[in-house]
Design a protein around this ligand. Structure first.
Ligand code: KE4
Length: 426
């Protein structure tokens, strides 16, 4: 924590709850007060006191090209010349919609919103409106934004009604969400057998990124697709993180699974507020004003967000981009594994493309319970040691680390070297 950040944090806490506009930023999971950021460029952030850090948070995913990529900045400059918001349709949103439809296999039509939360909230409402059913299944450790139906904790025991995950979530609403262990197909089968014709949708992060990165076990996603298809349940892939991250078409392209609805966010806005949800023409035609399922937004399709998103996706159309991201990420994470071994520290690394996590301990991580059994206190110490060495990691063991196109070999070697010295201090 630097003097300037400390000063700003004290003032911010007077007028903003916790001094932050999103809880995880407060750093309470690692017991470190937040760094206030002054600017960013490439793979770097500069703190309020001017110190430079190598950034692996990447604004929690959007900055896959790195900060201030010239193409995105120029697109924003051009868009700014024409104004900032009209509350009317524009060619920009048509063009971004076409890029998403072209890239994401299961999306024939897409609606823009302003956050990932709005995307999942709208997709769940559409599923409920389309099926006439009210229950949903989610998975422990998966996060879909803060919409009430998703702020639900698992009930006591398997296939039991959810309980509010936050004050303010009505118990009667939480009961409509059942939260099951990730990667546990049997639990899904038991639950569908019990509640099948009441379940509107199963919503999942196909690659979990909010309990740390946890990969789907072989056959899990395929099993979900089969069970949902056989029981008239819609399968919603929350690809807010994985969309355009692990592949242009997201996890659904990587694993060749076609969900009924896909939620997007982060990368498609190039760092500006955005979310989107999409699916088949049939499904999406149920959305107002064509259909009767209502969803709206003052700044949906905002021209600046559309311009930044289009410029970002243009850069990602080049398949070579993902080859370079894979090479960079493999270099970094294999380097981290190597130096942990040399420092005598047991870690597990989970990674898909340029999103990954470091867990401390020896246990495989397959769901939230196994993640919670890792040595999270060691992550806290590691986080602090790395921050002291100007490496900016996610201030929580339950988040993903991101590599961008701007991370070059030099900064990754520095990161690996810093990690070696940090591991040795554990
Ligand atoms: P937003 O409403 O924050 O734009 O998106 C919600 C959301 C939905 N789905 C997934 C898979 C997500 O990861 C998120 C948001 N991600 C978190 C961090 N993993 C955002 C950081 C924060 O909450 O400040």
């Amino acid at each position: 924590m630097t003097e300037k950040s400390r000063e700003l944090f004290l003032k911010a806490q007077e007028v903003i709850p916790g001094g932050v506009n999103s809880p995880v930023r407060a750093g309470r999971a690692v017991g470190v007060d937040p760094l206030f950021i002054q600017r960013a460029d490439g793979c770097y952030l500069w703190g309020a006191d001017g110190k430079r850090y190598i950034d692996y948070v990447c604004s929690w995913g959007p900055m896959i090209l790195g900060h201030r990529p010239p193409e995105v900045i120029q697109a924003l400059r051009d868009a700014l010349e024409n104004g900032t918001s009209y509350g009317a349709p524009t060619e920009l949103e048509l063009n971004l919609a076409k890029m998403i439809v072209e890239a994401v296999p299961s999306i024939e039509m897409v609606r823009m919103v302003n956050s990932g939360t709005e995307a999942t909230m709208s997709a769940i409402r559409l599923a409920r409106g389309y099926t006439g059913r009210n229950m949903i299944i989610k998975f422990d450790g998966c996060y879909h934004g803060h919409t009430d139906s998703c702020l639900v904790s698992a009930g006591s025991g398997l296939a039991t009604f959810g309980i509010p995950g936050s004050p303010g979530v009505p118990a009667n609403l939480a009961r409509l969400t059942i939260s099951l262990p990730f990667n546990n197909l049997e639990a899904v089968e038991v639950t569908v057998k019990k509640f099948g014709d009441e379940i509107a949708a199963i919503i999942i992060e196909p690659i979990a990124g909010n309990m740390g990165v946890v990969l789907p076990e072989k056959g899990f996603l395929e099993g979900l697709r089969k069970i949902t298809r056989e029981n008239g349940i819609l399968l919603i892939f929350d690809e807010v993180i994985t969309g355009f991250r692990v592949s242009p078409g997201g996890a659904q392209e990587l694993y060749n699974i076609m969900p009924d609805l896909t939620c997007l966010g982060k990368i498609i806005g190039g760092g500006l507020p955005i979310g989107a949800y999409g699916g088949s023409r049939d499904l999406m035609s149920h959305i107002a004003p064509v259909g009767t399922v209502y969803q709206a937004g003052t700044l949906s399709g905002n021209p600046l967000a559309m311009a930044a998103g289009m410029a970002t996706l243009m850069m990602l159309k080049n398949k070579e981009t993902y080859v370079r991201l894979e090479e960079k990420s493999r270099f970094l994470f294999s380097g981290l594994m190597d130096v942990a071994g040399r420092a005598g520290v047991d870690i597990i690394i989970t990674r898909v493309g340029s999103m990954g996590s470091i867990f401390f301990g020896k246990n495989r991580v397959v769901d939230f319970d196994s993640v919670k059994q890792t040595e999270t206190s060691k992550y806290t110490s590691f986080y602090r040691e790395m921050l002291a060495r100007r490496i900016y990691l996610a201030p929580s063991p339950f988040e993903a680390l991101f590599v961008s196109l701007a991370h070059n070999e030099e900064v990754m070697k520095k990161t690996i070297d810093s990690a070696f010295h940090s591991f040795k201090k554990l």
